[in-house]
Design a protein around this ligand. Structure first.
Ligand code: FES
Ligand SMILES: [Fe+2]
Length: 432
């Protein structure tokens, strides 16, 4: 449980807020590289309460800047993407990718006014097929995070994203909540073979063990960049089955993969658009091999974290990634399946997560009743608040500004009962 004040501090992300200031210390995914064609139309994006556009100039450089022209705030969504810069269609002011005003054709040629005008613009970089931006104060910005999914060859990763109509924190909390897997993504009767076969979560590698033992023992350990969340279940031959989630400040999570030597990995990046909406980035990758066609077909079928069935697109910020399953159509729930087989009738793991976290509404954490199973959530909130408070009051650099701190993986391992879990899993938790 949090006080109402802590709740507000954790969930508000606009300019000048405590959490908004923390999040602006980190690189933020904006769009996929493939969404911006050289010389193509800008896209509206909204990040941390700011209306922005992203575009790629004819020379191939990407830019993220204010949506609104510095002159009289016409939308640059309609701008002309010209060789030398982006030109507002209202009076023709033109801006370079760094935001400098380079032409002001409605002023007399002898005017030097354009030298005094800039368009608010954020540094931009591409890695892992994603355009990232940095909205913070450091100049130069820190290095891009060395996330394995962003560094493997393109064929070894699959990236999708979808819009969610709730505050980022409740969505992220689902990503550090190992206890919900057995319910929200589970079947009614774990010994029902047919139900197991159709289980949505099978493709995401959530593991059958989670269906049999629904109240795992949960432990949490600090890491330099975030937290490890271990969910422990009984296993044969004097062992425990440990499913270990990575949380990396401020908005990255990696759920545990299927058990085995060579599993597919998954990750989320939970990016607040503002206090009431987020973009849920979903990534699957393999450290050493290409993603197969069959796996990609499963991702598109919605039987994993990915949701790629979208409603008709609009040109609003992230208006092209609104899932077809939404609140007003009950997220396409199959109520008969919910009555007879599945714990929750909404099809697809990603859609289940979206449905249930949106259902929490504008979430007042002073009204919750947290149990031992919520330990991961408690610790993530504390880590965020501690980092944000230390930054605000003592100017302490938050964890995670070192790119190497992101070279980690989640893991699912069988360990002898006497083996401490962090020690026993440590080789699997790092990227070499
Ligand atoms: S509003 Fe953009 S040039 Fe006038
Ligand atoms: Fe989930």
């Amino acid at each position: 449980m949090l006080t109402a004040e802590e709740n507000a501090q954790l969930t508000r992300v606009g300019p000048g807020t405590l959490m908004g200031e923390l999040m602006r210390q980190y690189w933020i995914p904006v769009v996929q590289s493939s969404e911006l064609a050289a010389g193509g139309r800008p896209k509206r994006v909204r990040i941390l309460g700011e209306d922005l556009i992203a575009y790629r100039n004819p020379g191939g450089r990407t830019a993220v800047c204010s949506e609104f022209c510095a002159h009289r705030r016409a939308s640059l969504y309609f701008a002309r993407n010209e060789e030398r810069g982006l030109r507002c269609v209202y009076h023709g002011w033109q801006y370079g990718v760094d935001g400098g005003c380079i032409d002001m054709p409605n002023e007399r040629p002898e005017s030097s006014f354009q030298d005094k005008v800039t368009l608010p613009t954020y540094p931009c970089a591409e890695r892992g097929g994603v355009v990232w931006t940095y909205m913070g104060p450091a100049s130069p910005p820190p290095g891009l995070p060395d996330l394995e999914w962003a560094l493997v060859p393109e064929a070894q990763r699959f990236v999708s994203k979808f819009w969610q109509g709730c505050n980022y924190l409740q969505a992220l909390e689902g990503g550090v909540d190992p206890a919900h897997i057995s319910f929200l993504h589970g079947v009614l009767n774990a010994r029902d073979e047919e139900a197991r076969r159709i289980l949505d979560s099978a493709a995401a590698g959530f593991g059958f063990a989670s269906q049999l033992e629904r109240a795992p023992h949960i432990e949490v350990a600090d890491t330099p960049t975030g937290l490890l969340l271990g969910a422990r279940r009984e296993a044969p031959a004097g062992q425990y089955y440990w499913r270990i989630t990575q949380y990396l400040l401020p908005f990255h999570t990696m759920p545990p993969p299927e058990v085995g030597d060579d599993p597919l990995m998954h990750a989320h990046v939970w990016i607040p658009m503002d206090d009431d909406q987020l973009v849920n980035w979903c990534i699957s990758w393999h450290p050493t091999r290409a993603i197969t066609r069959e796996e990609i077909a499963e991702f598109h079928a919605g039987s994993s974290i990915h949701v790629t069935a979208y409603a008709p697109a609009s040109s609003d910020a992230y208006g092209d990634i609104r899932p077809a399953a939404h609140r007003a159509n009950d997220y396409l729930a199959d109520w008969e399946a919910q009555r007879t087989r599945k714990f929750f009738g909404v099809p697809g793991v990603g859609a289940q997560d979206k449905a249930i976290t949106e259902s929490q509404g504008v979430f007042d954490r002073s009204l919750e009743r947290l149990g031992r199973a919520d330990l991961g959530i408690i610790r993530v909130r504390k880590r965020l608040l501690d980092a944000a408070t230390a930054l605000r009051t003592q100017r302490v650099a938050p964890p995670g500004l070192d790119p190497a701190g992101y070279r980690v993986r989640p893991a699912s391992v069988l360990l002898a009962k006497e083996m401490p879990w962090v020690e026993g899993a440590k080789d699997r938790l790092v990227v070499r």
